[in-house]
Design a protein around this ligand. Structure first.
Ligand code: DO4
Ligand code: MG
Length: 281
């Protein structure tokens, strides 16, 4: 296997499919929850594909979000760009100082984002709230943390957010962040032998019809915190018998005069994991 290339796990309507070096394997006899929580997942996958039947390929229309019993949590204000954007949006509410302080504090911001039922996968629709006028995607490297509190894999996340609600009062954060179809993850869980490189680029493009109305990106190395540090805080007083997902914060925020509208297509790519595409309902 070439150095630190991931093995990818897909949740599909036809069961679990594993991709390795452009070959696809059908996995049977495992539930999703038990499969992704196997200890030393990379070695386990390498063993599984020695005997699993090869299938023709991956039909994208069969993809499901890579989540069954897991919760999605999220960390915030982990990049400078997120801190400055939130200080600006909440300055009239006196919230600016909170964001400044959490950026420098030992304890990171961590919040509950979504249940599996509120989450969509690749090519499914995300939603913006009807009572909000300013909505953005947040492209985020998302960790799969297994039931032993280890980072076992990575996926792509969209922490869809209502900036006017969050900016009006920091106590409205749960309403700005957590509602039906406010979270997208996928298309796979990518499992690496070594931790993911900090040089990976996380990019986002928003299409309105044929036109790109916003594009941007950041390197993971721009994040102020370490990934294990975020996991350590999340798992201090919460256990996750089936593992969980942790969105790690956004480093890309569109300009303040930008809002998503119905019909927009959001494409988030992370090198070596893939691209997550969702349309705004
Ligand atoms: O505190 C607001 C949310 C921060 C967030 O979601 C992010 O930085 O990604
Ligand atoms: Mg976020």
């Amino acid at each position: 296997m070439p150095k630190n290339q991931p093995v990818k796990i897909y949740n599909t309507t036809k069961g679990i499919i594993v991709e390795n070096e452009a070959k696809f394997y059908q996995i049977s006899d495992f539930s999703w929850d038990s499969f992704i929580n196997q200890p030393d997942l990379f070695s386990f996958l390498s063993e599984q594909i020695k005997t699993a039947p090869i299938v023709a390929g991956l039909d994208e229309s069969t993809l499901l979000a890579p989540i069954v019993s897991q919760e999605i949590w999220a960390s915030g204000v982990t990049y400078l760009r997120s801190k400055t954007a939130r200080m600006e949006e909440s300055k009239d509410a006196g919230g600016g100082d909170f964001y400044d302080r959490v950026y420098d504090a030992d304890r990171p911001e961590i919040f509950f984002k979504a249940t599996a039922a509120r989450t969509v996968g690749h090519l499914e629709n995300i939603r913006i709230r009807k009572d909000s006028k300013w909505n953005v995607p947040e492209p985020e490297l998302t960790l799969f943390v297994n039931n032993q509190n280890q980072i076992a894999g990575y996926t792509i996340g969209n922490d869809v957010s209502s900036r006017d609600i969050e900016g009006e009062n920091p106590l409205y954060l749960p309403q700005a962040k957590s509602y039906d179809k406010s979270a997208a993850i996928g298309p796979c869980i990518a499992v690496f032998k070594e931790p993911i490189s900090k040089e990976v680029f996380i990019s986002v493009e928003i299409l309105r019809g044929e036109k790109t109305v916003f594009s941007g990106g950041t390197k993971l190395s721009q994040m102020k915190r370490e990934l294990p540090e975020l996991v350590e805080f999340l798992t201090r007083e919460c256990s996750f018998p089936q593992g969980c997902f942790l969105m790690t914060g956004t480093g890309t925020v569109p300009p303040d005069d930008f809002t998503m509208i119905s019909g927009d297509i959001v494409k988030i790519s992370i090198e070596s994991i893939g691209t997550l595409i969702n349309t705004v309902e």
